[in-house]
Design a protein around this ligand. Sequence first.
Ligand SMILES: C[S@@+](CC[C@H](N)C(=O)[O-])C[C@H]1O[C@@H](n2cnc3c(N)ncnc32)[C@H](O)[C@@H]1O
Length: 263
Amino acid sequence: MTIDTKSLLNWVGGKRLLRKTIEPLVPKDIQSYIEPFGGAGWVLFYKERWADLEIYNDLDGRLVNLFRIVKYHPEALKDELKYLLGSREMFMQFINTDGITDIQKAARFMFLITRSFGGRGETYGTVKKSSGGASKSQGNILLKIDAIHKRLDKVLVENRDFEKLISQYDFEGAFFYCDPPYTFGCGYETTSTKDFDHERLKEILKNIKGRFLLSYDDSEKVRELYKDYEMIAIERLNGINNKDRKNKMFKELLIANYPIKET
Ligand SMILES: C[S@@+](CC[C@H](N)C(=O)[O-])C[C@H]1O[C@@H](n2cnc3c(N)ncnc32)[C@H](O)[C@@H]1O
């Protein structure tokens, strides 16, 4: 079995299954590649390099801390993780992070996400058949840290709200791959789905000088908001992260402010 070193974690809404579809739609002449909703960075890490300047951003400080520690202190993180046993008791203890260092926080966060059910960091992920959840190999996790440490070498890691981030890095040569929370159900630590302002994102994207590619759930609301743009509808089998929708076909939209249909 080969280890996928192009990722560090599972993440709710992670674009592991969409990476291959997205890659050919990203223009080749971009000068910067920016992910305002970076999550686990599945698309960013898919390629060795997308542009001279690359920016990972997420509002969730736990993710940002983890990627900063992977970038600047990988050995300390690996040392911390080496001694974490995959036990239920430890898992429950780690949900509390008061009074610990950023390196410890990163290690515990990674431990919780990689060993929990569906990558949600909430319930201990016991499995009956596969080598997933709590039974994941600790050795493979350490190898992934090395790979992502290298990949992050020239990537800027930001922790801002999308609006500020997009305004800060926008120019004619900029490219934004935007993967915001979907318009239904699964909330995030920072923004539950109810709070996420989809209209605000549309207003920001409407006025940018650069180009954007957006991935969303295929819903009336999204189709209405982005009716003036090119859209591609795609369907894929849903993964484990949402139990009501598991194993059902899931419809998504890819939307851009440049031609994507012919690609
Ligand atoms: C669908 S996920 C991104 C998944 C990512 N593309 C991947 O492959 O792992 C959406 C992300 O947006 C982040 N987020 C929510 N509200 C935000 C905001 N206002 N500004 C920036 N990021 C935000 C969440 O923390 C979450 O990680």
